[in-house]
Every structure is written in structure tokens, then in C-alpha cells.
Design a protein around this ligand. Structure first.
Ligand code: SAM
Length: 439
């Protein structure tokens, strides 16, 4: 069989992070790898939702192990124009799947489409699955079983208005599943979105970083691992490990190097990272601590604190990063008249107590904005939210806003430059024009 030394890959990522992923992939390709002088790599186009690239197995495996932003790494098998399901079946049936896996492996097929004229995408998915199974039965006498939950092998089909692309997934579980998160907490940020935000924010190790609503600790864990050179995928397995063709010895060397790097991290180093987190919820902090320990960062100190009373954790200014509660998913607590923490609740007439959605949010975000203005002079704050009115609530004007998708939820990453004397007040027509200058 013809065995190429270079392949076409596509790495999907959260929408809005394509440029960040392209830059990250170029850095991953430029690293030295044991046994390989440099990974064969040519960058491809960044398209909405992902980045194309070409390279050998080394870069395919390295992207899985080291990319913090990709959701998966897909290996392109074939691409051709189609008009109907039969064309798709024919394309899938022609491919030498037997070169990659056998009928002993379980299979899952997924299909996504943009502007496809086909009436049933479910039927198209079945045709791809049938084609792969029929092909394997033809060449080996046996069909693979389908397993939608924990398949050994995943095939992805992507349809546009007239082209069908077939991919073999090299990742398995999506790459944002790093293996360190056991307890999710209420609304965790996906790890790859958090890592992408750190890059978009321009954070680099050594700059103080503070997440005052750290929840399960996603920003803190990603930043800590970045600072210490701990590979995001060091604790997990990948889909390519089930394939017949991959560079086993290069992979073992790469993995051993990553494991050694994680083991070499000392608690004392972790402590000196200048990475800080706090949250109002003690339960969330317990989860975050357990997550950080599994991520190899046991000594990062986390404090239980209301974000409204936060103070800078270092005298050197740095970056505040936050993904505040949104909508009614999480209760925003208020401080009572005597300083005690009390839940703000209302009753919906059904006997269930609920977090009050509006007033406490406005009060909280105004107080959060005030804390930034008054105490974080010289810092830059980045806030991810689906609420476009958040700068108004915080009584701050953003200097940039970057559209990003948190799953299907369209969000903005607002940047606020809290430079002394230059915090921009909102215009008179906007809320909160009374006093927006830093003190
Ligand atoms: C959307 S979650 C953040 C999730 C986090 N980025 C993660 O990945 O797990 C919002 C967090 O804000 C916290 N929170 C709510 N009110 C707060 C307050 N007044 N001060 C500090 N944290 C607060 C919640 O406990 C929750 O952990």
C-alpha cells in the first residue's frame, strides 16, 4: 500500500479562536521532538471553526498532545463532489479503511453539514457507516460493531453544498477533556476555550494572572500548565493509539518526555507562578483544588472571597480574567447590611426559591466594575460573557470586544484597560456616567 509521509489534517476549535490555534500549531511544529529533527509541517487555511494543516505523524501526534486550543485533530481521508447519498456511499466505500483499523474495532460515524441539499443528514450518516462496514466485510469478511458511547474509531463526514470530506479522528475524546477534571462544578468553561482566551488576552507566563470567579479553576489550571510546560494531553489517551498506522516509537518518546516534564514540576515552582484564583463558593474551591492537584499544580493558593471585595494579589499589575455567572445558572450572592453573606432569592409562586435574576446582577456587576476601577489601576481585565450589556452594568467602557463561542452560546471577550487616569467613562447616554474614573 502507498504510505504517505505527510497527511492533511483539520483541527476544529471553538469559533473565534482560529487565528490563535493557527499560531499555536506553528509553535508546536517548531518544537524539537525526540528522534525527529523538526516536525514536517505546512500551515493551511484557518476557516470558521478550525485550521487546516499538513504534516507527518509527528505533528499529528504532537498537536493532540500539546494543543490547548484544538477540539480535535482530524486526518483527511478523502474529498469529492457529491449530489446525493449514493455519491457519499461510493466515496466512503472506496477508501482503504482496512489500512487504518480492522472489524475488531468499534466504530462511530458523525456528520456535520453546511448548506447541504440532502433531506436527511441522519440517512447520510447511516450511508457512510454502511459504506465503511461493507468495505471492511468485503476485504476481511467481518463488519465492525457500532458503539456510539466509547468507540475505538470515529469517522467524521463533513458536507458543504457540493463537497463531501471524510476524516478519521485521531483524538478520540475531544481534546478539551484533559483528564484532570473529575468534578465539573456548575458551569465550567471548556479547557480549550479558557486556554484560547489566555492567548487572545496576550497573557504570557510571568505576568500576574488573577481569576476572581475561578469556579472549578479552568483558567488557573490552563495558565499554570502553560507556565510549567505541562502538556495538556499528558494524562489522557488518544484515538490514534487504536489505529494500525502511527509512529509508535516516536509517540512513546514524545509521551515519556511529557510525563517527565510533569513529574519534574516542584510544588515550590508552582507557588511562584503568580497565578491566583478566588471564588465566593467554598464548594467550587474544593473542586478547583482537586482539579489543580490532578493537573500537576497542587500549590496554587485559592481564596474564598466575594469578587466585589477583591484586591490585587500582587503589587505588580497583571491580568484579571473572569467568566462571571450568566443568566440564572448561578446564584449571585449579596452581602447583607451587617456584612453577612446572604442569598438573594425570590419565589416564583411554585414554592421553589430562585436566584433573583436582574437586580442583584446589576448590583454585583457595578460593584465588580468599581473594584476594578478603584483597586486594579494598571491592570488589564478580560471578561467573557454572553451579556453584551455587561460593560454598561460594570460602568466601564471596553477597549476591545472579541466574539467567541462557548459551545453554541455566542459570547464576547471584553477587554478593559484599567490604566490610571485613562479608564474610559461611558458616554452620557450610557448608564453609569456619574463617576467612572479610577480613584
Ligand atoms: C461561570 S462560573 C465560572 C466558571 C469557571 N470559569 C470554571 O471554569 O469553572 C462563575 C463563578 O462565579 C462564582 N461567583 C458567583 N458570585 C460570586 C461573587 N460574588 N464573588 C466571587 N465569585 C462569585 C460562582 O461560584 C462560580 O464559580
Amino acid at each position: 500500500m502507498h504510505s504517505p509521509t505527510s497527511f492533511d489534517f483539520f483541527a476544529p476549535c471553538p469559533r473565534g479562536l482560529e487565528a490563535a490555534l493557527a499560531a499555536e500549531l506553528a509553535e508546536i511544529a517548531a518544537r524539537p521532538y525526540p528522534g525527529a529533527a523538526q516536525a514536517v509541517f505546512s500551515p493551511g487555511a484557518a476557516v470558521p471553526g478550525g485550521v487546516h494543516f499538513r504534516g507527518g505523524w509527528t505533528i499529528g501526534m504532537a498537536a493532540n498532545l500539546h494543543s490547548r486550543i484544538a477540539s480535535r485533530v482530524l486526518l483527511k481521508i478523502a474529498e469529492r463532489a457529491y449530489r446525493n447519498e449514493q455519491d457519499i456511499y461510493a466515496l466512503a466505500a472506496e477508501q482503504q479503511w482496512e489500512a487504518w483499523f480492522s472489524a475488531k474495532e468499534t466504530l462511530r460515524v458523525d456528520l456535520t453539514a453546511i448548506k447541504s441539499p440532502l433531506r436527511s443528514l441522519e440517512f447520510a450518516t447511516l450511508r457512510v457507516k454502511d459504506a465503511v462496514c461493507d468495505r471492511l466485510r468485503q476485504v476481511s469478511g467481518a463488519r465492525p460493531n457500532v458503539d456510539t458511547v466509547q468507540p475505538d474509531v470515529r469517522v467524521f463526514a463533513f458536507l458543504t453544498a457540493n463537497a463531501c470530506t471524510l476524516y478519521l479522528d485521531t483524538s478520540g475524546e475531544p481534546l478539551f477533556k484533559r483528564g484532570w477534571r473529575l468534578d465539573k462544578g456548575a458551569a465550567p468553561l471548556r479547557e480549550n476555550l479558557a486556554a484560547g482566551i489566555l492567548r487572545v488576552a496576550g497573557w504570557t507566563p510571568g505576568t500576574p494572572l488573577y481569576d476572581p470567579m475561578c469556579g472549578s479553576g479552568t483558567f488557573v489550571a490552563e495558565a499554570g500548565q502553560m507556565a510549567l510546560g505541562i502538556a495538556p494531553g499528558v494524562e489522557r489517551r488518544f484515538g490514534f493509539e487504536k489505529l494500525k498506522q502511527y509512529d509508535v516509537s516516536a509517540w512513546q518518546a514524545m509521551k515519556v518526555e511529557a510525563l517527565d516534564a510533569k513529574r519534574a514540576v516542584r510544588a515550590a515552582t508552582t507557588d511562584a507562578l503568580q497565578i491566583f484564583g478566588s471564588d465566593i463558593s467554598g464548594d467550587m474551591l474544593e473542586k478547583a483544588r482537586a482539579n489543580l492537584a490532578r493537573a500537576g499544580l497542587p500549590a496554587i493558593a485559592l481564596k474564598q472571597l466575594d469578587a466585589r471585595v477583591m484586591t490585587p494579589p500582587t503589587s505588580t499589575p497583571g491580568i484579571v480574567i473572569a467568566n462571571p455567572p450568566y443568566g440564572e445558572r448561578i446564584e449571585v450572592r449579596g452581602r447583607g447590611p451587617r456584612g453577612e453573606i446572604r442569598e438573594r432569592e425570590h419565589h416564583d409562586g411554585d414554592g421553589f426559591r430562585r436566584a433573583q435574576p436582574d437586580a442583584p446582577d446589576a448590583e454585583f456587576f457595578q460593584a465588580f466594575g468599581d473594584a476594578l476601577k478603584k483597586r486594579f489601576s494598571g491592570w488589564h481585565a478580560f471578561v467573557l460573557t454572553a451579556d453584551r450589556k455587561l460593560p454598561g452594568l460594570m460602568r466601564l467602557r471596553e477597549s476591545t470586544k472579541t466574539p467567541l463561542f462557548n459551545g453554541a452560546l455566542e459570547c464576547r471577550l471584553f477587554r478593559f484597560d484599567l490604566v490610571t487616569g485613562s479608564v474610559k467613562p461611558r458616554r452620557p447616554s450610557e448608564p453609569g456616567t456619574d463617576d467612572t474614573r479610577p480613584e
